[in-house]
Design a protein around this ligand. Structure first.
Ligand code: ADP
Ligand code: MG
Length: 700
């Protein structure tokens, strides 16, 4: 087979800027660019031309269908394919695609979750083209990234509020830049580089585990003799089969214009990571969804299964996603990068303070933006950041902020007090201590890394909250500074006050330390929402509704529907897990235990037949213990069933989710404990599914 160089095929399945420029008239191209870069409305003539160019390009690439590709609140992407064909009078077909079809679609969307927004008689939902994310071809289908909303205009997806949050941040950031005399920047947007963790196991093993197939995680499984304790997997040599998968994956992603960059083995056996180069948040979000889908597809071609669940295996690290986030102008200036002039530095510090204030004021929103049943297993379990949100700045920057707050000399090289807008800040190099993996929200030199996201999560939710909260800080700053008679003085004072008001959120220490939990909650008054039911209802706290509606990111109705949907997802997820558990216990585990015990008892009888005086201590003690465990499993399953039945009495979804957390999940843990002990006593041959050792060490 011919080998092609990456630059030759990079983005060949993407209708990107290169295609737009070469296939559109310069007038249409310029107009489309204004829509993409500055959010200007697109007119129908332009849409028509774009549709024709897109169609021609797609047909050249062999596409037969098109689809509006969207992200309903199920958390995955959705698509409904239409072919381009239209009948022609002579009996043949022509390939058709209009501007109208590009701009708007109307999938029969009655089965997507809406949290009560759409009355059932009004099943229609609309999809609307998002020109800021490039169309692409997947499986002979032209995929057009779209937003999804109801007949009444309410967002039914994750893209719409994400775009709104980016717009909110743009509006407020431009006000701040104007105050610093920057009028050349016309647009400010956020960028994200999401680092994606995942597991690879063989398809053969996967197929034998109902828990993996139905829930994405193992509900049973005794620890393997070896786990991650040797740290020999992290950054270790990549096994040939995994490397073949990664090569194939990179190629698929590169064709789609995804800048897949870094790949390495992670901490747990069979765990890996893939990071793309960062891009605009909206694009990064779409591409991350696409990346997750393609990972699974490519894995299957290699006889593997890619597990994206946050906690597929107990006792070894789960998978997350690091959301590297920054704010930049259309002129290419990263606003979270310390500058070289006094003004640049003051501006940097103001944006930094806006983030600090945002994270402190809206800890709850950041926490709930990453909350799912799967991610609850990680946060606070000493492998991912704790459920308590805090900001890591590193020693150097912390010392600078402290000096500003206290108005004392900064102990850098020059030892003088820092007057913002007047003095040049001492250069502060990227802090090495940013390897502090325990911080949920760490400054890493010119960006923040939000590390609490779950591996299967869409990154949209986290970025919606982050953008909106920062927009709110910037709005408060702009409101105050725009009328200021002494800009420098007021700016300095505002930065000082932000540090002093919000320093409780700053923490450079070990987030896994029990002392931190105590200090954070008891002394600093930070939120510690351990689980999804604990945090989700806080979306509707008055301060959050006020902020998100005034920033025009959500309507109150949309927020109410989202609480409903997120909690419904949580309840459904755990219910499926509980049912799978019961099924496996009754139909696989208990029969295996009794069969094996019968086998041992048979051995005892046979041995005693030979010599009645033989003790048969091993067999008899095993049978006794297995019998106790089988009774425990059976009794606990019965209790679990009762706990599930009792859920029917819950008054609403909040009550149901709390009952699931307090009664169903603990009971599941009890069933598992007994079954996992039994696994260690039953012969490998008799155990009904592959062990942790098989699963974690099977890919070579
Ligand atoms: P690490 O976190 O392992 O040190 P890097 O910091 O190099 O790795 O990058 C991690 C991710 O952060 C990558 O996806 C990278 O593209 C992204 N990134 C780098 N700079 C920025 C930025 N200014 N804004 C957003 N993401 C960024
Ligand atoms: Mg990182």
């Amino acid at each position: 087979m011919e080998t092609r160089n990456v630059p030759d095929y990079f983005g060949e399945l993407l209708f990107d800027d290169r295609q737009m420029r070469s296939r559109l008239s310069s007038k249409v191209y310029a107009s489309l660019r204004r829509t993409i870069d500055r959010g200007e409305k697109i007119d129908s003539m332009v849409a028509e031309s774009v549709a024709q160019a897109m169609k021609e390009w797609a047909l050249e690439k062999g596409a037969t269908h098109y689809t509006h590709w969207f992200q309903p609140l199920t958390g995955v992407t959705a698509e409904k394919h239409d072919s381009f064909i239209a009948p022609s009078p002579d009996g043949s077909v022509i390939m058709e695609f209009s501007g109208k079809e590009l701009i708007q679609g109307e999938p029969d969307a009655s089965s997507f979750p809406t949290g009560g927004i759409r009355a059932t008689f009004e099943a229609r939902g609309y999809t609307a083209w998002d020109p800021t994310s490039y169309a692409f071809i997947k499986d002979k289908t032209l995929c057009i990234p779209t937003a999804f909303c109801s007949y009444g205009g309410e967002a039914l997806d994750k893209k719409t509020p994400l775009l709104r949050s980016m717009e909110a941040l743009n509006r407020q950031a431009l006000r701040i830049l104007a105050l610093f005399g920057n009028t050349s920047a016309k647009h400010v947007s956020t960028s994200v580089g999401p680092e994606q963790e995942y597991f690879l196991i063989t398809k053969e093993m996967y197929d034998q585990r109902p828990d993996l197939r139905f829930t994405g995680r193992t509900l049973f499984g005794a620890r393997a003799p070896k786990g991650q304790e040797m740290d020999d997997h992290y950054f270790g040599v990549i096994k040939p089969r995994v490397q073949a998968f990664m090569n194939d994956l990179n190629e698929e992603l590169w064709k789609l214009g995804v800048l897949a960059k870094t790949e390495h083995n992670e901490v747990a056996p069979a765990q890996h990571e893939l990071a793309p180069i960062y891009s605009t948040t909206n694009l990064a979000t779409d591409q991350n969804q696409l990346m997750m889908e393609i990972m699974q597809k490519v894995a299957s071609r290699h006889g593997l299964v890619c597990l994206l669940h946050e906690k597929p295996f107990a006792g070894v690290n789960g998978s997350g996603k690091h959301n590297n986030w920054s704010i930049a102008t259309d002129t290419g200036v990263n606003l979270l990068s310390p500058g070289e002039t006094p003004y640049e530095n003051a501006q940097f510090l103001l944006f930094l303070c806006a983030v600090i204030k945002a994270v402190d004021d809206y800890q709850d929103l950041l926490r709930l933006s990453v909350a799912t049943a799967g991610n609850d297993h990680r946060l606070g379990a000493n492998e991912a950041p704790p459920a308590i949100i805090s900001v890591f700045l590193g020693d150097e920057l912390s010392a600078i902020l402290e000096a500003i707050e206290k108005d004392v000399p900064y102990n850098g090289t020059e030892k003088k007090t820092i007057r913002l807008g007047v003095d040049v800040l001492p250069a502060f190099p990227r802090d090495n201590t940013d390897r502090n993996r325990t911080s949920p929200f760490a400054f890493t030199g010119n960006k923040f890394e939000f590390r609490s996201l779950g591996s299967s999560n869409s990154i949209a939710c986290a970025n919606i909250m982050l953008n909106a909260a920062v927009a709110e800080s910037l709005k408060i700053y702009a409101d105050r500074l725009e009328g200021s008679a002494d800009f420098e003085k007021d700016l300095h004072e505002m930065i000082r006050k932000t540090i002093s008001d919000h320093k409780r959120i700053l923490f450079n220490g070990n987030g896994y330390d029990d002392a931190w939990v105590k200090e954070a909650t008891e002394v600093r008054g930070l939120c510690n929402y351990r689980t999804t039911p604990d945090c989700m209802p806080h979306l509707l706290d008055p301060k959050n509704v006020e902020m998100l509606t005034s920033q025009k990111v959500f309507t109150k109705k949309e927020m109410e529907s989202r609480v409903e949907i997120m909690l419904e997802n949580y309840c459904k997820t755990v219910r499926i897990e509980a049912n799978t558990m019961l099924d496996m216990a009754h139909r696989q585990i208990l029969p295996a235990i009794t069969d094996y015990a019968a086998k041992l008892s048979g051995t005892v009888a046979a041995k005693k037949g030979v010599n009645p005086d033989l003790a048969c201590a091993y067999e008899t003690s095993s049978v006794s213990r297995l019998s106790v465990l089988a009774d425990q499993i059976s009794a606990r399953c019965e209790e679990l069933e009762k706990a599930i039945l009792k859920l029917e009495g819950a008054a609403d979804i909040i009550e149901e989710s709390v009952a699931i957390k307090d009664t169903v999940l603990p009971k599941m843990a009890e069933v598992r404990a007994a079954a996992d002990e039994a696994e260690t006593l039953v012969s490998a041959e008799c155990w009904p599914f592959p062990s942790y050792g098989d699963l974690l060490f099977s890919v070579r």
